[in-house]
Design a protein around this ligand. Structure first.
Ligand SMILES: Nc1ncnc2c1ncn2[C@@H]1O[C@H](COP(=O)(O)OP(=O)(O)O)[C@@H](O)[C@H]1O
Ligand SMILES: [Mg+2]
Length: 265
């Protein structure tokens, strides 16, 4: 059985995709067979690993459309040893709208468990699955929360981040109560930390509000992340010694249990 980790927060531009991509890459670099699952219609995780969703023969969206289709035939090998990708596609937005209609029709099957069913045949092929999600809590996010073992909330050290964290925690509590009682909170990962007063103030606010849930290593804003993105590489591959890469590697170790609890940089 693969351990499944969903990266989600109701906010865009906070480092969800960067986190999903780098945690998945860091896990595979440490020898774990890892599948990155791109549930966002923007398909940035897919593009960020060098694939054009429009040019692919199959994507996650085709698996939603035809659950009898072989999931393994749609997964892609990446340039990183041990890292596979279940690619996203812009048409995930149409599938998501369809799911909302389906949910409203009491005679239709419940769409919440679709992702879980798609991933079941792949369970034994991977040690970890990491889900990248859209910036809203839509049916793609809910499918990810329903299929996952653990939720990691990437919270950028920006204004209004606490709103996003709070709305995501509300959905997490709803998931536990109604559709995935075994979901656990892996932690809140503070990302994009700058050495400015505003950034430090948000960081302090998050630590004050959620102290027990904050992962013991924040991710610093680093030009290496942008440079890596230009080259369609995760920063843990592009510049493993950069401060952001070291942060992601430590978080990957914590989530995989490879370290009891190393302390921060
Ligand atoms: N630690 C970081 N340092 C520098 N740039 C970052 C960092 N994390 C994310 N970014 C950049 O911020 C932008 C948004 O990040 P992204 O991961 O796509 O967010 P989301 O998926 O939440 O919308 C991207 O251009 C990404 O390269
Ligand atoms: Mg994204």
């Amino acid at each position: 059985m693969a351990k499944k980790i969903v990266i989600a927060i109701k906010k865009g531009g906070v480092g969800k995709t960067t986190t999903a991509k780098n945690l998945a890459a860091a896990m595979s670099l440490r020898g774990h067979r890892t599948l990155l699952v791109d549930l966002d219609q923007q398909a940035n995780a897919t593009k960020g690993l060098g694939f054009d969703p429009e040019a692919l023969e199959g994507t996650l969206n085709d698996l939603f459309a035809d659950p009898t289709r072989d999931a393994a035939s749609v997964t892609l090998k990446t340039d990183i040893e041990g890292l596979h990708l279940l690619p996203g596609h812009p048409n995930l937005s149409k599938t998501e709208t369809g799911m909302a209609f389906q949910r409203a029709d009491p005679s239709a099957p419940d769409p919440i468990g679709a992702l879980k069913a798609i991933l079941e045949p792949l369970e034994d092929s991977y040690d970890y699955m990491v889900f990248d999600t859209p910036p809203s809590i839509n049916f793609m996010t809910i499918n990810a929360l329903a299929a996952a073992d653990e939720l990691v909330i990437p919270a950028a050290a920006f204004a209004y981040t606490e709103d996003g964290v709070e709305k995501t925690l509300e959905e997490y509590r709803r998931a536990i109560k109604s559709y995935n009682p075994s979901l656990r909170l892996g932690g809140i990962l503070i990302t994009r930390v700058k050495r400015t007063n505003a950034s430090v103030a948000v960081l302090d606010g998050l630590k004050g509000s959620y102290k027990d849930s904050i992962l013991p290593q924040a991710i610093v804003e680093s030009t290496a992340v942008d440079e890596a993105e230009q080259l369609s590489q995760p920063v843990v591959v592009y510049d493993p010694e950069s401060i952001a890469a070291l942060g992601y590697t430590l978080i990957a170790k914590i989530l995989t249990g490879d370290t009891a609890n190393e302390q921060q940089v």
